[in-house]
Write a protein that binds this ligand. Structure first.
Ligand code: DGI
Ligand code: FE
Ligand code: FE
Length: 188
């Protein structure tokens, strides 16, 4: 699918602010794919669609998680996690995206997963460091991303886990599993 067509499909699903975030993720993902030898076209497509389901009603997402036999454990954790797997499902169903690597990068863009692919990592990190993001620690991860994709990813996951723990919020186990997996496989 061409960029312009994909952007048109996604634009009507999002607020103006979230659409601008999406453009930032797209541009950042393309740069990271270029830098780290990833598939630039897949990175572009996954980035454009990564937040497709962000504004679906919670009830609709809950129903899709149950009906499509996604891990029901998701329902016991922050609803912010839901748009990622639900997005992968809806992007296939409604936008006709069939590439499994692209769909997985969307599916795991919030939690991460054990054994993340290069494309998963690019989308996770691009989502975290796109130019529109402003929060403590983002600048550090931006400079790390220019040097070492895995170290930048570890730092961003660590920040997210710490952020949740500081607020006494539960952490989805897959987030910890993803963190452990990448730390073990990249020599920390
Ligand atoms: O959709 P975005 O805002 O662009 O970013 P995202 O898909 O990474 O959403 C992340 C939000 O989800 C972030 O603000 C933290 C929140 N969240 C809640 N519980 C968890 C969680 N994120 C992770 N990784 N793990 C959790 O358990
Ligand atoms: Fe998201
Ligand atoms: Fe996002």
């Amino acid at each position: 699918m061409e960029r312009e067509q994909a952007l048109q499909i996604v634009k009507v699903q999002l607020t103006e602010h979230r659409y601008e975030h999406t453009i930032g993720v797209m541009e950042t993902a393309i740069k990271l794919a270029d830098q780290y030898g990833g598939d630039v076209q897949k990175a572009e497509l996954a980035a454009i669609f990564h937040d497709y389901a962000k504004f679906r009603p919670k009830e609709e997402m809950r129903q899709i998680i149950i009906e499509q036999k996604m891990p029901e454990e998701l329902l016991e954790y922050n609803g912010e996690l839901w748009h990622a797997p639900v997005g992968a499902y809806l992007v296939e169903k409604e936008a006709g995206i069939t590439d499994d690597e692209v769909l997985d990068a969307i599916r795991y863009h919030t939690s991460g997963r054990v054994g993340m692919t290069l494309l998963d990592k690019i989308i996770y990190l691009a989502d975290y460091i796109e130019p529109g993001r402003h929060f403590p620690g983002v600048e550090e991860v931006r400079s790390m991303a220019a040097e070492d994709l895995n170290l930048a990813l570890i730092q961003s996951m660590k920040n997210t886990i710490q952020f949740l723990m500081k607020k006494n919020q539960p952490v989805f186990p897959d987030t910890f599993k993803a963190y452990n997996s990448i730390v073990k496989n990249s020599g920390g």
